[in-house]
Design a protein around this ligand. Structure first.
Ligand code: XBP
Ligand code: MG
Length: 256
């Protein structure tokens, strides 16, 4: 008989979950990289909404090229051109973060601190580039923000990005923790799909880009994690009368 599940690890997605990085962060940085490369491409807010269907920056550029610039002829082989363009985008993104304009979403710091105090292990599973995660944590949490997390599983470390479950499988194996002893916080259908396929219970905090997606497999869907003085709105599921997600609610959700 398998042991009774216990909440031992809290796993966070980054983009859209810890911070609203997409519209005013990644999107802007892609456009800056296009301009610097002399390309007249522009990813508007609505276009980016559609492009977000493809996870991963390099994969997203390739998809855009195939769909919107089919006649584009790069100066070098596409397999070299895309990573170079993406490296420039990463540089611009990290410059934006350093300006401190992208804050953590409500409740993220509070929940991390509470989990840490309780000895619940913290980890990250993201599609984004590892150095972007470090830059975000340093600019928002603390100069040593990365050290709050036991494992940061990011980017190209697995061959298949979300919605494939690979990043979660990788993370659980690295931590030596069972899926049934963990709880995930995600913001998108792709992220939820990845976590659920790895057997993980998942809370979703939606954002402007993901609000209308299918979250029927989540244990709770909120507009954000909330704070004692800033109530969340429950979009689906039972928050047991709470108006912010704390560790006691996290334990209940995990047991449910
Ligand atoms: C995040 C992403 C990332 C970022 C860009 O998905 O899709 O691709 O948009 O990051 P998730 P990079 O939140 O589900 O992990 O350009 O560094 O790939
Ligand atoms: Mg996300």
């Amino acid at each position: 008989m398998s042991p009774t599940p216990k909440l031992r690890a809290l796993i966070f997605d980054v983009d859209g979950t810890m911070a609203d990085t997409e519209r005013d962060g990644h999107r802007v940085a892609f456009n800056q990289a296009f301009a610097a490369a002399g390309l007249d491409w522009h990813w508007s807010v609505p276009l980016y909404s559609e492009l977000l269907a493809v996870t991963g920056g390099k994969e997203r550029i390739r998809h855009y090229l195939n769909k919107y610039q089919p006649n584009f002829e790069p100066s070098t082989d596409l397999d070299r051109f895309i990573p170079e363009l993406h490296a420039a985008k990463t540089k611009y993104y990290q410059q934006l973060l350093a300006q401190g304009e992208i804050p953590l979403r409500p409740g993220v710091r509070r929940l991390l601190e509470e989990a840490h105090t309780q000895g619940v292990r913290l980890a990250i599973a993201t599609t984004s580039t590892q150095s972007n995660v470090t830059a975000l944590l340093e600019s928002t949490l603390a100069p040593d923000g990365s050290s709050w997390f036991e494992v940061i599983a990011a980017g190209d470390i697995v061959p298949r990005k979300k919605p494939a479950p690979d990043i979660y499988h990788y993370l659980l194996e690295r931590m030596g923790v069972a899926a049934q002893d963990s709880l995930v916080i995600e913001d998108s259908h792709h992220g939820l799909k990845a976590a659920v396929q790895a057997g993980l219970k998942t809370v979703v905090t939606v954002n402007e880009y993901t609000r209308n997606q299918d979250f029927s497999e989540a244990v709770l869907v909120l507009d954000h994690l909330g704070e004692p003085d800033q109530s969340f709105t429950v979009l689906a599921g039972d928050a047991r009368g709470m108006n912010y997600l704390d560790m006691s609610l996290a334990h209940h959700l995990h047991e449910s």
